[in-house]
Design a protein around this ligand. Structure first.
Ligand code: CP
Length: 308
């Protein structure tokens, strides 16, 4: 069973293959209308369940469109409207869904929910985000970097802001694809100790630098994310904004990075909080290519899971 649960638990050659496959599939579509099917139809006859326990724009639409382009069908399910939200166990839900569908993508809160789904499902399960990680996003980010600048191996990536679930998957990717990773943000929002340990044991350059201007020196890619994640309490908002304001990605910060550095944000963004509009819409930014590449990267992930 080839579940796609996290980047650090997926073998390096498999990850490399998925990024290469995503780049090839994007090139093969060659600007054709989005609703037209791919020439090959690898998901023909396949049904995919897309379960959302949290809101989504990009993940929901890109998975749905991706399945359809590959000839499959989807059903989008809200966790609240399923028995999942009314006491049926994850294990039972996984067993039942496996009788109907060929692949399950789930966006959920607790990582344990994802793992229970994968343990009891008899079809592949894909992590569409948990409170701890967001691997599909980072597969798209690696694809985007390589599409624009070539191999990411050996490059320097700087994450500015909250060491959240998206940051965690970027650290996993640093270990697997072999690039250096610097986190700059307040100590209270550092990436989890487990992920720091994973990076330090991976033989890559991993550092934490409290001074954002120093952190971005020599950066090939600067990344940030919203200051308050979907699972963070609203009450944390004001404190987080105060803590994170010095780590805003603005033009002054980007000027300290390498001249050809890219800027990424997984979106949705709070413009002029974590990043200024001048940066988001500026010459370094690839945020909309990054969003598009969710589609291509996830198509590659689904094909890998299904072996088609
Ligand atoms: N980046 C991302 O996962 O976007 P959505 O929350 O809109 O799916």
């Amino acid at each position: 069973m080839k579940h796609f649960l996290d980047i650090h638990t997926t073998a390096k050659p498999e990850l490399r293959g998925m990024v290469d496959s995503a780049l090839s599939m994007k090139a093969a579509r060659n600007g054709r209308p989005k609703g037209t099917p791919d020439d090959d139809q690898p998901l023909a006859g396949h049904m995919v369940a897309l379960i959302f326990e949290k809101p989504s724009t990009r993940t929901r639409v890109s998975f749905d469109v991706g399945v359809r382009q590959m000839g499959g069908q989807t059903m989008v399910l809200s966790g609240k409207e399923m028995q999942l939200g009314h006491g049926e166990t994850i294990a039972d839900t996984a067993r039942v869904l496996s009788r109907y569908v060929d692949l399950i993508m789930i966006r959920t809160f607790e990582e344990a929910t994802l793992h229970e789904m994968a343990e009891y499902a008899t079809v592949p399960v894909i992590n569409g985000l948990t409170n701890r990680t967001h691997p599909c996003q980072i597969m798209a980010d690696i694809m985007t970097y390589e599409e624009k600048r070539g191999p990411i191996t050996g490059k320097k990536v700087v994450w500015a802001g909250d060491g959240n679930n998206v940051c965690a998957s970027f650290i996993h990717a640093a270990a697997q694809f072999g690039f250096d990773f610097t986190f700059t943000g307040p100590q209270t929002l550092d990436p989890e100790a487990e992920w720091q340990g994973l990076a330090r044991n991976a033989g890559i350059g991993f550092s934490i630098e409290r001074d954002p201007l120093k952190a971005v020196e020599g950066a090939d890619l600067v990344v940030t994310d919203t200051w308050v994640s979907m699972h963070d309490p609203e009450s944390a908002k004001e404190r987080r904004h105060n803590q994170l304001r010095p780590y805003q990605v603005n033009e002054a910060l980007m000027e300290r990075a390498n001249p050809d550095a890219l800027f990424m944000h997984c979106l949705p963004a709070h413009r002029n909080d974590e990043a200024t509009s001048a940066v988001m819409d500026g010459p370094h930014s690839v945020i909309f290519d990054e969003a598009e590449n969710r589609l291509h990267a996830q198509k590659a992930v689904m094909r890998w899971c299904l072996g088609v």
